[in-house]
Design a protein around this ligand. Sequence first.
Ligand code: WQD
Length: 328
Amino acid sequence: MNVLVIGGAGYIGSHVARYFADRGLKIDVLDNLSTGTKDNLFPDYSFFEEDILDYKAVAAIMRRGYDAVVHLAAAKAAGESMLKPEKYAVQNLTGTINILNAACEAGIKKFVFSSSAAIYGEPKYLPIDEAHPKEPANFYGFTKLEIERMLEWYDRLKGLKFAALRYFNAAGYDPEGRVRGLEKNPANLVPVIMEVAAGLRPHLDVFGTDYPTPDGSGVRDYIHVTDLADAHYRALLQLDAHAESFAVNLGSERGLSVLEILEAARRITGRPIPAHITGRRPGDPATLVASSAAARKLLGWQAKFSDMETIIATSWRAYAQHHSHSIH
Ligand code: WQD
């Protein structure tokens, strides 16, 4: 199968690209390197530096002949999306519409889309399954939900078969240590902790310890990127075998608190990792945990690398090798 991985130089995309190439899929990567990096690319596939806002460029690449598109190119900071909705409207909505139209024009019928738990908004019950009400609490989540709805129409009108993969909190790095690029200016918990451990930030701000959770800090469902990559692979095989669209949650189904992760990171890295308890971050729910029963059933998918040890150890390996000069 020939697959175009859009956003394949980014954090999740690079793991997906590596995982696909490891399994013998013929892939190409398209990325504008706005948040992705060349450090995340490998010599066993081609790379096209193009922007998804450039319709002609995207359409020309699609005409090279692909069986499927995996689309992971998006802006993804929920907080920023509330301050700069226009950026998210253009990059996520316009960019995806370009990709969809170019894919349809080129006759591509299989589409794997990076969706998000952010489409659900404040949890009404836990764990969150796919039937949970979809009321995004931020503009980022709104863009992902709107794209899912677009995909349903393109399925009906154009015969495009899609998999919408709703990630919970992606974390960790390639267990074999091959993906080397680090995220620029991360805002997510695990990379922030890694930057503190590596001496790049003075401390972690813990956003609230007064939540109704066992230790008072926020609880999330962290899912290793290699488990996400495996789900993309299985989603593609599923679309190939059955030509039926679907949407599934991808989570470990287990909640970890900020303080648990902080303690584990101190132990695993051997670094002190100073932390200050600050106020809650606006818009943060207390607890988010997935039900991934649908992905298990439909794809035979099961998280294998998403225990806390593996998530932190693989992340630390990536950060430690990158920043060895600043770690004493
Ligand atoms: C995790 C926990 C914070 C940073 C976001 C997006 C979501 C999805 C995943 C893409 C929370 C706490 C964090 C810090 C902290 N993105 N925290 N100090 O908010 O669950 O989800 O990323 O699809 O749409 O909203 O992830 O990593 O920011 O936070 O205490 O410096 O860590 O309060 O409890 P979040 P996160």
